[in-house]
Design a protein around this ligand. Structure first.
Ligand code: HEC
Length: 128
């Protein structure tokens, strides 16, 4: 039996010092700065990981990956939401799924980092 109580994700005692007088009002380290993507890098990553299903220029591939150039899903959501989607993929049973095939999580490459995905997003935004 292993008795570890989690990997630091527990909500137990993590916040014990918040609000104490010696903590400055604004702790810059705690403010999430939206990652900024690099579209040039994103283009390369897209070619390597997404183009086989979504086309070299995100134009879509018949019966496989959607057209991402005109995708409302992509341009109507904040980058963070789309990044979350890419990590998760879309199962065949998802009501939004129109192609009746699944989008694999991370497009099938779980080694893609957050920064990689934001770079891909920056590239996708330029296509639209
Ligand atoms: C194995 C094929 C495959 C790969 C690889 C793949 N996708 Fe997809 N993707 C799909 C399919 C299939 C769908 C749509 C399923 C449906 O809803 O009908 C989809 C949907 C999407 C959507 C939603 C579009 C919309 O309008 O609903 C986004 C965004 C997306 N993919 C981005 C990516 C990115 C970025 C990558 C690379 C990291 C990637 N995909 C890799 C197959 C793939």
């Amino acid at each position: 039996m292993v008795s570890l109580s989690g990997c630091g994700k527990g909500s137990s005692s993590a916040q014990s010092t918040v609000g104490s007088a010696d903590v400055p009002a604004t702790t810059h380290g705690a403010v999430p700065i939206p990652p900024v993507g690099n579209a040039v890098r994103g283009k390369k990553l897209f070619a390597e990981n997404c183009a086989m299903c979504h086309g070299n220029h995100g134009q879509g591939v018949t019966l496989v990956g959607q057209d991402l150039q005109t995708s409302k899903f992509v341009f109507s959501r904040p980058a963070a939401k789309v990044v979350a989607f890419i990590k998760h993929g879309r199962s065949v049973t998802n009501p939004l799924n129109r192609r009746h095939i699944a989008m694999p999580p991370f497009g099938g490459n779980a080694n893609l980092t957050n920064q990689d995905l934001y770079d891909i997003m920056a590239y996708l935004r330029k296509l639209q």
